[in-house]
Design a protein around this ligand. Structure first.
Ligand code: FUL
Length: 472
């Protein structure tokens, strides 16, 4: 070995030694895009199911209901928007076409649309009316366009994809800006299909050309979150009752074969940021049915939904179906007012809010001062999700007259976690991060009091909702 070789060997040895002293590189966690963060901050928004089903007392029209039956007499999209806004909801998603195939805008793609209905003598355009009302009142606007079309004769065959994409093209070119585009997961099965009355099945992974559809939408509406399909930005939470798992990771791996119930928890080691959306209707059905006027969810039920969706690191998509007049019914209006007032009452008290940025490692704790003897039963925690999601377990304690008392424990935090517990009077809070990956970035800790509520709707099964496991 000559001197030159020795030198090189020595250099490598030195390099090796110094490498051993350096920390291993931090694993790269999936992080949200700026658009996903903007969307998550909306926290809650409305769904509006309206169409032929409304006028025919149906949930899933077969595709043969006459277009002439669509006839709202007092339609007022501004009423919807005013009510939705006053309820604290930040946007609205309209069913531009449900499974029955009837289009609420004057599409050139099919005759089965609003221009062949008596509404405004065939001159109406519901997508325009709602899109304009949203703009006027400062709400965001989104669209639901059912891929499954039980009217179309070409459904299940080659020609339908072109029609479906052209419908998307009309919607993204003429309305908006859109904050979300919803591809429903219900697919195939029996239908009218141009009078053939048969069962047709498709492969949803390939049939609709979702990849192209996504590119089309994103090119015109870069902020639009895609729900459903094969290349989504957000994920269905796995139930239509409005709740996420108590443990709820925003990361998810779409290439992993799982049961859909996994959606409620997300995946700790998921390879992409795919946060959950909880969809639920204020009534039993998605569409309006007079028989359900007395079944509008109670304030207790709605508030439980809120704490188990927004409060479990998800967003809430609350459906409010207008009636046959084309208005949101009184029962729903009153409940939404109560819901808004209740939340204002809880979250208006800013005095209890502690705000500071805390870089926490596993086992570390922070103490927050409250007003002396504050009565509290809710603690809200938030992670700075620009760094990904990191907290795996935490404990909250309160300093009462009898010393420190553990009030609750949780697993994930994510964008927002609200922990509910029996009320205590406390002057301080202690938050402990029991387990986290790398360093957790906590950017908000706050405590509130949510007045206890009574169940008011007879027979409502809100307390029988399946509970998710503590850990997945
Ligand atoms: C489901 C549909 O089948 C329902 O009718 C409703 O639109 C709901 C939001 O999604 O998949």
């Amino acid at each position: 070995m000559n001197t030159k070789n020795l030198l090189i060997t020595g250099m490598f040895a030195g390099l090796f030694l110094s490498c051993k002293e350096v920390e291993p590189p931090a694993p790269v966690l999936p992080v949200p895009t700026p658009e996903q963060i903007k969307w998550q901050k909306m926290e809650n928004y409305a769904f509006v199911h309206f169409g032929l089903n409304t006028f025919n007392d149906l949930e899933w029209g077969y595709g043969n209901t006459p277009a002439e039956t669509f006839n709202p007499t007092d339609l007022d999209c501004e009423q919807w928007v005013r009510i939705i806004k006053a309820a604290g909801l930040k946007g609205v998603i309209l069913t531009a076409k449900h499974h029955d195939g009837f289009c609420l805008w004057p599409t050139k793609t099919v005759d089965y649309n609003i221009s062949n209905s008596p509404y405004k003598n065939g001159k109406g355009d519901m997508v325009r009316e709602l899109s304009d009302a949203c703009k006027k009142h400062g709400l965001k606007f989104g669209l639901y366009l059912s891929p499954w079309d039980r009217h179309n004769a070409e459904y299940g065959r080659e020609g339908y994809q072109k029609t479906y994409h052209e419908q998307i093209n009309e919607l993204i070119s003429n309305y908006g800006p859109l904050f979300e585009f919803w591809f429903d997961g219900a697919n195939g099965g029996n239908g009218w299909y141009g009078g053939t009355n048969e069962t047709r099945s498709i492969d949803p992974k390939t049939y609709y050309g979702y990849e192209t559809a996504r590119e089309m939408i994103k090119a015109k509406h870069p902020e639009a979150m895609i729900f459903g399909g094969t290349v989504p930005d957000i994920r269905w939470i796995g139930n239509e009752s409005g709740w996420a798992g108590e443990t709820n990771w925003s990361p998810y791996s779409l290439d992993k074969e799982t049961h859909y119930t996994q959606n409620q928890w997300g995946m700790k080691d998921g390879n992409q940021w795919l946060p959950g959306e909880c969809d639920v209707s204020i009534r039993p059905g998605w569409f309006y049915h007079e028989a359900e006027d007395s079944k509008v969810k109670s304030l207790k039920h709605l508030s439980d939904i809120y704490f188990r969706s927004v409060g479990y690191n998800s967003v809430l998509l609350l459906n409010i179906p207008p009636n046959r007049k084309g208005l949101i019914s009184e029962a729903d209006v009153n409940r939404l007012k109560e819901f808004a007032a209740y939340r204002q009452q809880i979250f208006a008290d800013r005095v209890k809010k502690g705000r500071n940025y805390w870089n926490a490692t596993s086992g570390s704790e922070a103490v927050y001062s409250l007003k002396p003897k504050s009565e509290i039963n809710v603690v809200m925690l938030q992670e700075d999700i620009t760094k990904g999601q990191r907290v795996e377990a935490f404990t909250v304690e309160a300093l009462t007259d009898n010393g420190w008392k553990e009030v609750g424990k949780g697993t994930t935090i994510g964008y927002k976690r609200m922990l509910r517990f029996p009320a205590v009077k406390a002057g301080r809070l202690r938050v402990k991060i029991d387990e986290c990956r790398l360093t957790a970035h906590i950017n908000q800790v706050a405590a509130y009091y949510a007045p206890p509520l009574q169940a008011t709707v007879q027979g409502e099964d809100w307390n029988n909702l399946p509970r998710t496991g503590w850990k997945q």
